[in-house]
Each structure stands twice: as structure tokens, then as C-alpha cells.
Design a binder for this molecule. Sequence first.
Ligand SMILES: Cc1ncc(COP(=O)(O)O)c(C=O)c1O
Length: 379
Amino acid sequence: MTRACDRVVKPFYAVEINRLAHELKRRGVDVIHMEVGQPSAGAPEAALQAAERAMRSDKLGYWESGALKERIARHYRESYRVEIEPERVILTPGASGALLLAFAVLLEAGDDVAMGRPGYPAYRNVLNALGMQPVELPCGAETRFQPTATMIEALDPAPAALIVASPANPTGTMLDRGELTALIDVCRRRSIALISDEIYHGISYGPAAVSALEIDSSSIVINSFSKYWCMTGWRLGWLIAPDELVGKMNSYAGNIFLTPSALSQHAALAAMDADEELSRHLETYGENRRVLMDALRRMGVTDLAPADGAFYVYANVEHLTDDSLGFCKQLLADTGVAFNTGLDFDPIEGGRTIRISFAVSRSETAEAVRRFSAWLEAR
Ligand SMILES: Cc1ncc(COP(=O)(O)O)c(C=O)c1O
């Protein structure tokens, strides 16, 4: 029997590279941060104003905002034509809190949970920490780096849950309505709980992402103010629970987190009406994506995941290195440009891939391209 303290939970390499980047910055180096998945813009102005007002007028105690739950329900009505009772919205400390809550409520120690590889590392690491078994499905370009219904059908025994993310981290690839429907169908048939991580919804460069709730109202959907709303450090997200799990989700959430940050809830309510400001960031990401992908191809880095959404380019650099961690560290030391190793997302093949976040300014993207290109040429 493994004791909890003996379980190996891997650190994030992105955090390690971020720490090195900050050290360089302290020494006066002009660092460009493209290693972490966070918008370089802060919260929308309306959110800042609401937070300032709340700090002066509210005690900021333990609190859950009914108005925010109603606003999130309205978001589903307006963006997806889905009716959600506000009670089904469980507010959490980020999508991270929502994932933990979903795992705690839906799963038992020892349960298998399927997910695509490459994928967001915390899925695997948190499941490991809780004594559950991540079942990683190798996903390549032929399935747009996403798991398919056929892969889930082939799993024997059936896992207790499947996690999907569309757009995904690190590839940005999306599941279209047909693919998501096929996954939901096989999950329903085999009694597999579907957890749909929709944290990158709102950030796509073609068709809008489909919510699992449009297809099946019993899906567990996770989202957050971190990405589209540019509020990573405010630590606020949500989970949409099926009716029959609302009571249990609330009991667990209350015990694990008490309530999410009161200040952030005030700010998030205002942020949800800041689409005009937020759409300007989307224009910047779209332009950065184009500039970066074109420049990488010109540099001979041509094997790129099709970034349908989110703000990442996941690039195969096997012709340059099989040690992408060392490669990223050297690039950072030599140029001040911080990229992330693919090892965070794919412990098996990630030594040959890198992830570049382009949620930065246009000028930072242009400068990063210039430095990376000169560095590659000099190598
Ligand atoms: C796919 C995915 N899910 C969840 C998270 C957690 O986000 P947060 O806890 O900031 O909402 C992230 C963060 O990068 C992510 O990329």
C-alpha cells in the first residue's frame, strides 16, 4: 500500500523555467515570458473598478455571489443556448479547484481516468496525488492531438472518467461537435463520467468551441476567469454540476474551500460585461499566432499543432534537440526568451517538443521571433 507522502507528484517545468526567467530579469536581462499559460494583460478595467469599490464597501467575508452564478447561467444561455439553473454553478478557486472538486466527488482511489497525451499536466499529477490512475492515450496529429471515441471504446476495463479539453493545452486543438458528441455517446454507453475542461472557451481562431453542455446536460463542465477574462491570479473558476450532484458538490466545496475569494467574485461579475476590451486581446492573440507560426515555418520548425484556439504553439523540434528542457533553458540564458519544454505535457515524447505561449504583446512576439531566429542561426 503506497502512503500518500510516498507518491511522486511531478513539478511543473514551466514553473522552473519561469523562476529562472525571473532570476534573469532581476539581473537586468530583458526577458520575454512565453513559458507560462497566462495572458500578459491584466483583468479588464471594469473588474479593477469593481474590486476597488468592493474593498471599500464590503467586508469581503466568506461569501458566494448569487449574482455571479446568475450571470454565469446567462453566459450559457447567450453563448451556447443552454439553460442552466444558477444553483448548478459551483464557484471554485480557479479551474484547478473545480478539477479537484470533480475528482473528489466523482472518483474513488484506484479509479482509472482517461485523458489525451499531450495534455495539461495537473490532470495527471493531481490524480496521482489522490491515488487515482491517469490512463494517458497517445494522441498525434492524425487525431488533432485529441482522444477519439474509438480510443475510449477500446479501453478495457472502461475508465471511471474521461477528461477532455477543447481548445486543449498545449496544442490549442479543438473537438468539433461531431467528435465531442461521439465521445459523449461512448461515455454514456459505458458509464464513464465526462469532465469537459472548457477553460479556453472564448479564445478560438475559427469556429467557436462547443460546450459539452450543448450535447449532454449531465456533463461536468469546468471553466475559469483565468484565460479569456485575463484573471489568472484572482483564482476564480466554476464547475457546472448535473442536478443530482449539486448538493454533494456544494458540501465538498464548502469543506475544501469554504468559499472562493469574495473580492474576485465582485471583480469577475464586472469582467463578464467587458467583452469590448477583451476582444482587443483576441485580436492581438490572432495576430501573434499568425506571426509566430509563419516565422517558425521560415525557421524550419514546420511540424506545428494546428492551434484552433487557446494561445499556444506546440512545436516538434526533434530536428533540433531531444532534450527540449535543456534547449529551453539554453535559449533563455542566451536570449532572455522563455519557452516551455513539452515534457510538462508529454513525459514520453515531450523531450522533442516545445510549447510557446503567445498571450503576450505584438511587440514581444516580434522581438521573441527575432531573437529565437538569430539564436537558431548561430547554433
Ligand atoms: C487546460 C487547463 N485546465 C486548467 C487550468 C487551471 O487554470 P486555473 O486554475 O488558473 O483556472 C489550466 C491552466 O493553465 C489549463 O491550461
